[in-house]
Ligand binder design. Structure first.
Ligand code: TMP
Length: 208
C-alpha cells in the first residue's frame, strides 16, 4: 500500500495543529516514517505566498486573487514536498489541504464550485488525501481560543463571525458528501480526548 496522506481541517482555533503534532509524536514513537507539513506553506516559496495571503492590507483582495494564490502555494508544495515524500514511502500529515480552499474560497467567499474544484485538481496534480480529520468547533469557541494565544489576528482571522460560520457550514457539507474520506470529530473536548479518537481512527485505517 502507498504511504498514507492524511489531512487535518477545521476553522481557526479548532485545535487541528495540536492534533497534527500529537499524531506525529505517536508515529515517531512507533518508528513510522512521516513528514509533517502545512498549507499554505511547506516550501520557501509557498511560505512567502502564505505571508502575502495572511498579511492584513488596505487593498481589497478579490476572491479570485486569493484562490489563485492558495493554489499557487499548493502547486509548489505538492510537487516539492508531498509527492516526493509519499513516493519514498513516508506518510504525510498535512495541516489543511484543498478542502480548506472549498470551505473558505467557495463556501465563505462565494466562488463557484466548478472553478474551485478545477483549480484544486490542477494544483494538487490529482492527489487527494486518503483520510481527512475535520475538527468541528463553534466559531465563537474557536475565537476564544485564538484570543487566548495573544497573537494579532491575520487577514483571514479578522473576517466577521458570519464568514467563519459559512466556513464551518462548508466543512460540514463536505464531510457529509464524502463520509468515506472524512472523520468528523468534535473539537471542543481537551486535546488528549480528541487525540484518542484520532489515534483510534488512524490505527483502524492504517494500523498506526
Ligand atoms: P492556518 O492558520 O490554519 O495555518 O491557515 C491559514 C489561513 O488560510 C486560515 O485562515 C485558512 C486559510 N486558507 C484558505 O482560505 N484557503 C486555503 O486553501 C488554505 C489552505 C487556507
Amino acid at each position: 500500500m502507498p504511504a498514507p496522506f492524511v489531512t487535518f481541517e477545521g476553522i481557526e482555533g479548532s485545535g487541528k495543529t495540536t492534533q497534527v503534532r500529537m499524531l506525529s509524536e505517536h508515529l515517531k514513537a512507533k518508528g513510522i516514517a512521516h513528514v509533517v507539513t502545512r498549507e499554505p506553506g511547506g516550501t520557501p516559496l509557498a511560505d512567502e505566498i502564505r505571508f502575502l495571503l495572511l498579511s492584513p492590507r488596505e487593498e481589497t483582495v478579490f476572491p479570485e486573487t486569493e484562490l489563485l494564490l492558495y493554489e499557487a502555494a499548493r502547486a509548489q508544495h505538492v510537487r516539492s514536498v508531498i509527492l516526493p515524500a509519499l513516493s519514498s514511502g513516508r506518510a504525510v500529515l498535512c495541516d489543511r489541504f484543498f478542502d480548506a480552499t472549498s470551505a473558505y474560497q467557495e463556501f465563505a467567499r462565494g466562488l463557484d464550485r466548478e472553478s474551485v474544484d478545477r483549480f484544486n485538481l490542477f494544483a494538487s496534480a490529482g492527489l487527494a488525501p486518503n483520510l481527512t480529520f475535520y475538527l468541528d468547533v463553534d466559531p465563537e469557541e474557536g475565537f476564544i481560543r485564538l484570543r487566548g494565544r495573544g497573537t494579532r489576528p491575520d487577514r483571514i482571522e479578522s473576517e466577521k463571525m458570519e464568514f467563519h460560520r459559512k466556513v464551518r457550514q462548508g466543512y460540514l457539507t463536505m464531510t457529509s458528501r464524502a463520509p468515506e474520506r472524512f472523520i468528523l470529530l468534535n473539537g471542543a473536548p481537551p486535546p488528549n480526548e480528541v487525540f484518542r479518537l484520532v489515534r483510534e481512527a488512524a490505527e483502524a485505517r492504517f494500523g498506526w
